[in-house]
Ligand binder design. Structure first.
Ligand SMILES: NC(=O)C1=CN([C@@H]2O[C@H](COP(=O)(O)OP(=O)(O)OC[C@H]3O[C@@H](n4cnc5c(N)ncnc54)[C@H](O)[C@@H]3O)[C@@H](O)[C@H]2O)C=CC1
Ligand SMILES: [Mg+2]
Length: 310
């Protein structure tokens, strides 16, 4: 917390901290010996060395934004290097800048929260460099935890839009749906943004009614997750039930391409597949679910475990 409030302290923490690199909001990933990918976290001295080799001003490092603190209490920062030559950075850092949606599937679940938080903060800075009241430039503090317009006195803080994501069950089956933009074969839980002033339960009931025409009987909170798409959301994950007698799906609006009830067996098979399945080529109809780093996967796992118990 002190690092957010105290510019000088934060500047010092940066000198001994670690940095994640992004190029136009795509994080740098490195290949592992086992053919997978990992998220490299660089010592600031390494990034400074890289800047020097590229003939860049050492001041660039000061535009890093504080993302968090490691288990060993080292401050962690993220840095947008869009002004540097992408290939040159990739070569020097032995990595590849990778679209975040792809990185989601490539990284371990434990690496995902950090990489998404970094991108969300960098994106927020890029889109809040002007005051929406005066149109004048805003100034960030050293940590990048706020921006101030000195003309209007308004302080801006990074924002998240609340979203409810809900796995609906009729007791025997669970309801999963797909949007046209989803990768082929992938189905997920229903989701929707909270309207201004709504409670989580009101959003949940409205979204289920709007998207699939069902009336929720009961609902229960499960957990939450930060989600970087399309801007920055706080996903509030819930389970809900509908009465088995009123489970007729009625797709409405253009948002969903399909919504279906899936049995426990179908869901278990999907959970065991890779996300996305490697053998997807030619198999247009193979059903799979979001990867374990997505909260939808966690809801589906919880539902399957609950069904197995009962
Ligand atoms: N983490 C996960 O496992 C999953 C995450 N999601 C995410 O949940 C979010 C919401 O799901 P949707 O079904 O798309 O929402 P939705 O059902 O509310 O429909 C999206 C529409 O809502 C409107 N909207 C209202 N407030 C908005 C805001 N603050 N930002 C953007 N659009 C807003 C827009 O017109 C947009 O086209 C998406 O960002 C999606 O990526 C969805 C499924 C799984
Ligand atoms: Mg939706």
């Amino acid at each position: 917390m002190n690092l957010k409030e105290d510019d000088e302290l934060c500047r010092r923490a940066l000198q001994s901290g670690t940095v994640l690199l992004y190029h136009k909001l795509s994080p740098l990933l490195q290949r592992t010996d086992r053919g997978g990918y990992k998220l490299p976290i660089f010592q600031v001295s390494v990034v400074n060395g890289m800047l020097e080799k590229l003939g860049k001003d050492a001041e660039v490092i000061n535009s890093s934004v504080l993302v968090g603190c490691s288990d060993s209490l080292l401050a962690q920062f993220c840095l947008e290097v869009a002004e540097l030559e992408q290939n040159a950075v990739e070569e020097l850092c032995q990595g590849v800048f990778t679209d975040l949606r792809k990185a989601f599937f490539l990284l371990r679940s434990s690496e995902v929260p950090l990489v998404t938080r970094g991108q969300a903060l960098l994106r927020w800075h890029q889109t809040h460099s002007y005051c929406s009241a005066t149109g004048k430039p805003t100034q960030r503090n050293q940590a990048g935890s706020q921006r101030v317009c000195h003309s209007s006195g308004i302080t801006y803080y990074p924002q998240m839009a609340p979203v409810v994501i809900v796995l609906v069950s009729d007791g025997e089956r669970c309801l999963l749906a797909r949007q046209p933009a989803f990768p082929r074969g992938m189905y997920s839980a229903l989701a929707g943004f909270c309207d201004m002033g709504e409670t989580v339960l009101e959003t949940l009931r409205r979204e289920v009614a709007e998207e699939v025409g069902l009336e929720v009987e009961s609902a229960q909170y499960s957990s939450s997750q930060h989600w970087p798409f399309p801007q920055s959301s706080l996903m509030v994950a819930c389970h809900a039930t509908v009465s088995p007698g009123s489970s007729q799906i009625n797709l409405s609006g253009a948002e969903l391409e399909d919504a279906r009830w899936f049995t426990l067996q179908e869901v278990q098979e999907a959970l065991q597949r890779n996300s996305p399945p490697r053998d997807i080529k030619g198999e247009a109809n193979v059903f799979w679910v979001p990867p374990s780093s997505a909260i939808a996967n966690q809801l589906i796992q919880e539902w399957a475990n609950q069904q197995l118990k009962s």
